[in-house]
Write a protein that binds this ligand. Structure first.
Ligand SMILES: [Fe+2]
Ligand SMILES: [Fe+2]
Length: 395
């Protein structure tokens, strides 16, 4: 295998920094060991990481290739999904009921929107960059705007993926439930867009790594891969991110907004666990199950290390510190560590529950230090209210 790190270190520092993004992008692809997983992720990787398709203006078109699954007998085929559908109907809420009149001021140090531990300012000083109090607030504003912009883009992906899954899924009760998720995701797009534009006044483009995952699951024709990508992986990521900000923000409108969204997302992951557990443990061959297991592992690694906010580096620190220093700063920050903890606490029990944590893959997760998160409750055993009270308890 190509040793990109070794190759990079032979280059002069300035050239290395200039090529760092390409070297890192190739690193993502060369790290994938399973050829079937590489074949399914590589085209999206090239589109997202090398061609930056998500940043090439409007529109971005991704070709869908799934079958719409019709059933003219309208069976009642999954009572637990039907119950979830009933719960989703009564759990609908109106975005207009959020306290939009709240005055949100990102420059007010009394009510910080982002927790101040997202970046380690003393480590930044150690790299020769000192920010005064005003600059720190401005940077915090950029960080929260970046994060909420990524939530918004993720919600757009979720809206379209939920619509695709509603067409493609084989359970009729799942289709009815799916209709409620499409509505939920539409509302999420609306509230995040309104918050980002009206309250923060700053919208960032989609992060390349997020684009890769969305591109991969939108273009994969297999409905269970869409489920795995969106309902388990991306929603797990979202719950981690929403939970971290919900816990850390002092801004009441954002806190209320996230509280409502988290309760919807808890149902979405529950649905994903129900559908995939049935399908993976009863319908797939062992070979097909292994492919899903490897795919989930590679995406988990992508999620663990790759959301490094380079868009903020380019805006704030290009020319002042290197990309490698920025990476070190972000990976070492307490905020990102907490984000990873909450995300994998949600994700790993779900992978266990749907049958994608067999003894064959466990040593790989152990090496990635992710097995420690696998013992908790899966989404089918947790309600949104319980998730919120867990987050409140440790706040
Ligand atoms: Fe959502
Ligand atoms: Fe969702």
């Amino acid at each position: 295998m190509l040793d990109l790190d070794k190759l990079a270190h032979m280059l002069p520092p300035r050239v290395r920094n200039a090529l760092d993004a390409q070297i890192e992008a190739l690193g993502v692809l060369t790290e994938i060991r399973d050829p079937r997983v590489l074949a399914s992720l590589a085209p999206s990787g090239v589109r997202g990481l090398l061609l930056h398709r998500g940043k090439q203006g409007v529109p971005t078109r991704i070709r869908a290739s799934h079958y719409a699954h019709f059933d003219w007998t309208y069976p009642t085929d999954f009572p637990e999904m039907r119950m979830l559908y009933d719960r989703a109907k009564s759990g609908q809420w109106d975005s207009a009921s959020l306290p939009w009149s709240t005055d949100v001021d990102p420059m007010n140090p009394e009510i910080p929107i982002a927790p101040d531990y997202f970046l380690d300012f003393s480590a930044l000083e150690g790299m020769g960059v000192t920010l005064d109090a005003r600059e720190r607030l401005q940077l915090s504003h950029s960080i929260i705007a970046w994060m909420l912009s990524q939530f918004l883009h993720g919600e757009q992906g979720a809206l379209f993926a939920a619509a695709q899954v509603t067409e493609a899924v084989q359970f009729f009760d799942g289709k009815l439930y799916g209709a409620t998720q499409v509505m939920d995701e539409g509302r999420h797009v609306e509230v995040f867009h309104r918050y980002v534009t009206e309250k923060l006044g700053k919208l960032y483009q989609i992060n390349d790594n997020l684009f890769v995952i969305i591109d991969a699951l939108m273009s994969d024709g297999r409905w269970d891969m869409k489920f795995l990508g969106m309902q388990i992986m991306v929603e797990g990521l979202a719950l981690g991110a929403f939970g971290t900000i919900y816990r850390g923000t002092k801004e009441p409108l954002l806190r209320q907004l996230l509280k409502m969204v988290i309760q919807d997302e808890a149902r979405h992951v529950h649905y994903g666990v129900l559908a995939l557990r049935e399908h993976i443990t009863k319908s797939l061959s062992e070979k097909e199950r292994c492919e899903r297991e490897d795919w989930a592992f590679e995406v988990a690694l992508l999620m663990r290390n790759r959301f490094l906010m380079y868009e903020l580096y380019e805006e704030w620190f290009e020319g002042r510190i290197t990309r490698a220093q920025w990476r070190e700063l972000v990976l070492g920050s307490p905020g990102l560590r907490e984000f990873r903890d909450v995300m994998f606490t949600r994700l790993m029990p779900n992978l266990r529950e749907i049958g994608l944590l067999s003894p064959r893959i466990v040593p790989h997760y152990e090496r990635a230090e992710l097995m420690k998160y696998s013992a908790g409750a899966a989404a089918n055993e947790l309600t949104g209210e319980q998730m919120i009270s867990d987050l409140d308890r440790v706040a």
